[in-house]
Design a protein around this ligand. Structure first.
Ligand code: TXA
Ligand code: MG
Length: 315
């Protein structure tokens, strides 16, 4: 890594105002939550969210958790339910993430949900995270603030060591108290443990008065992430197509004639931001889709990973 260029901000009103301003202009800001430091971006800004993947060097797009200040804010983005209300009443703010159906008009970038129609949302308990979310006033997508494949950051020093030359700022408020990621609970429709984490599953079961799905004696049924069903278009997808065949829709990249273009200027961040929205839009036309070659470097690696999954044969 080259020398850190990230601003180091204090968790006071001046520092948080600066952090909120950077988020509003599409910057990446790392901030403490009670679990681990998160690498935040405005969840409505696809290019900013693409920047998260670029900074982390993630070779694939996994759906991200959206952080909000309170239940009222969460309800703007997801279909709320009585069950969600009971869980939030008992455990928010805190290390519990709820996966709920996206609400119409949600405005969240499809890159956040990796094209799924559900959203993972949580209200962190850390006072600095809360103050930042309140100051920003919008939804913040944030995975753990570490380079892909490395351990999560529990101090600002970890964040700077791993990402200091790739992000706008870090809000330094010392070590995070919990140290492991939030527990993720799916609610579609029965409560299902998707990832064990900072809130013990037993505490959730005790509150609900019923066992959680996804728990076996050895732990959750599947490894974290594996239960996430990935969005795949219904249409046939053909990759590395220099031109469309008769009867195919063409998803372009770079200056070319196409039905939709990931990025006419060949910008990989713009392409990542457009990826899921364009696939959905072309898929709705119920014709096979040919995709122009996308260079396999930087964010192109994750773009190609997702395109290969979209093109893989399925039942
Ligand atoms: O404690 C935490 O949760 C930290 C702090 C920063 O809040 N964040 C975090 O985010 O751990 P991340 O990106 O490392 O974990 C997100 C995980 C994904 O790997 C995926 O398994 C799950 O959340 N997830 C997100 N959206 C989902 C969805 N719509 N359906 C199912 N799982 C989802
Ligand atoms: Mg992580």
């Amino acid at each position: 890594m080259t020398a850190p260029t990230a601003e180091i901000l204090s968790p006071d009103s001046t520092g948080l105002a600066r952090a909120a301003a950077l988020l509003a202009e599409g910057g990446l800001v790392a901030f403490p939550t009670e679990t681990v430091y998160g690498l935040g971006a405005d969840a409505r800004n696809g290019t900013a969210v693409a920047g998260i993947y670029e900074a982390k060097g993630r070779p694939s797009f996994n759906p991200l958790i959206v952080h909000v200040a309170d239940v009222e804010a969460a309800r703007r983005y997801v279909e709320w339910s009585d069950l969600a209300d009971r869980l939030a009443g008992a455990f928010w703010p805190g290390p519990l993430t709820l996966v709920l159906p996206l609400r119409e008009g949600h405005g969240i970038s499809p890159l956040v949900t990796a094209g799924l129609d559900t959203l993972a949302v949580r209200v962190p308990e850390h006072p600095t995270a809360h103050a930042l979310l309140a100051a920003f006033g919008g939804p913040v997508a944030a995975p753990s603030a570490n380079p892909s494949g490395r351990i999560s950051s529990t101090t600002a020093g970890h964040v700077l060591a791993g990402l200091g030359d790739r992000i706008a700022a870090v809000v330094d408020d010392g070590p995070t108290p919990v140290g492991v990621e939030s527990t993720i609970l799916g609610l579609a429709p029965v409560p299902t443990l998707l990832r064990p984490g900072g809130l013990p599953a037993e505490a959730i079961e005790a509150m609900l008065g019923e066992p959680l799905q996804g728990l076996t004696e050895g732990g959750p049924l599947t490894a974290p992430g594996q239960m996430t069903s990935h969005y795949a278009p219904a249409a046939q997808v053909r990759l590395n197509a220099e031109a469309p065949n008769e009867g195919e829709l063409y998803l372009g990249f770079g200056p070319m004639k196409a039905d939709l273009n990931l990025s006419e200027s060949g910008d990989l961040r713009e392409a990542a931001a457009n990826l899921f929205g364009h696939l959905h839009a072309l898929d709705a036309r119920a014709l096979p889709i040919a995709v122009a070659p996308v260079p396999n470097r930087g964010l192109g690696v994750a773009i190609n990973d997702r395109l290969r999954r979209a093109a893989a044969p399925r039942d």
